[in-house]
Design a protein around this ligand. Structure first.
Ligand code: DC
Length: 223
């Protein structure tokens, strides 16, 4: 039996941490679709494509061959056969991913890969349009969110721990700008699917969110 759990929500809501943990508990594969958009952004940056030029993005994106491998349970993203995991988490890549993911050609390019992964094995897949577009028949759909202040504070702490200098207000502004772009784009905007369960993690610990999602899964699938 193959099960699909879709977790959507805005940047910084804790989707990847939570999705990875839920997948581990259930021995499912974790699929981070944001990483695929980030790999595409790496390719576009390498090609010196202007993020504000949709025609150039549409023309270039078919040159990015993106695939996924798993090593010791970790997702490795391959861009034209090269492991790009270490390049995915910079602000430049995040901003390019946000701009280019609004492009229909980019989304079309990644849709087949995402659906293929979920068809053949049980997955916890996180992103923005998993419950609404990629896996409309997912067994469980979660819309995971938190206030923009909470999300900015989490990101701020992460960057400080990495030794980077940063400004909390700027991070919050950046997050709100990214939300606006993700929620208002024409194609596959970020929104809660009608049959998704809303989980607001602002006042919850990671353990509490994981437990809540496992309960929802067990209840829905009578596991
Ligand atoms: O979740 P993330 O920050 O790694 O995602 C990077 C960008 O990709 C983000 O701006 C939204 C976009 N994205 C998307 O449009 N659809 C998805 N399923 C996942 C990510």
């Amino acid at each position: 039996m193959v099960y699909n759990i879709a977790i959507d929500g805005p940047a910084g809501a804790g989707k990847s941490t939570i999705a990875r943990r839920v997948a581990k508990e259930l021995a499912f594969i974790y699929v981070d679709t944001g990483a695929m958009y980030r790999a595409m952004a790496c390719y576009l940056l390498d090609q010196k494509i202007d993020g504000q030029d949709p025609d150039a993005i549409a023309a270039a994106c078919s040159g990015a061959d993106i695939s996924i491998e798993y090593k010791s349970g970790e997702q490795i993203v391959l861009l034209n056969q090269e492991n790009v995991n270490s390049r995915l988490r910079t602000e430049a890549v995040g901003n390019m991913a946000s701009l280019s993911s609004a492009n229909p050609k980019v989304r079309e390019h990644l849709l087949g890969l995402q659906r293929g992964l979920a068809a053949s094995q049980s997955v916890v897949m996180d992103g923005r349009d998993i419950g609404t577009t990629i896996l409309p028949d997912a067994d469980v759909k979660i819309y995971l969110t938190a206030s923009s202040f909470t999300r900015a504070r989490r990101r701020y702490k992460e960057l400080l721990e990495k030794g980077e200098t940063c400004n909390l207000e700027e991070i919050q502004k950046d997050i709100e700008e990214r939300d606006r772009r993700d929620m208002n784009r024409e194609i596959s905007p970020l929104r809660q699917a009608e049959d998704a369960v809303l989980v607001d993690s602002s006042e919850m610990t990671i353990d509490e969110v994981v437990a809540a999602i496992l309960d929802i899964f067990r209840e829905k699938t009578k596991q």
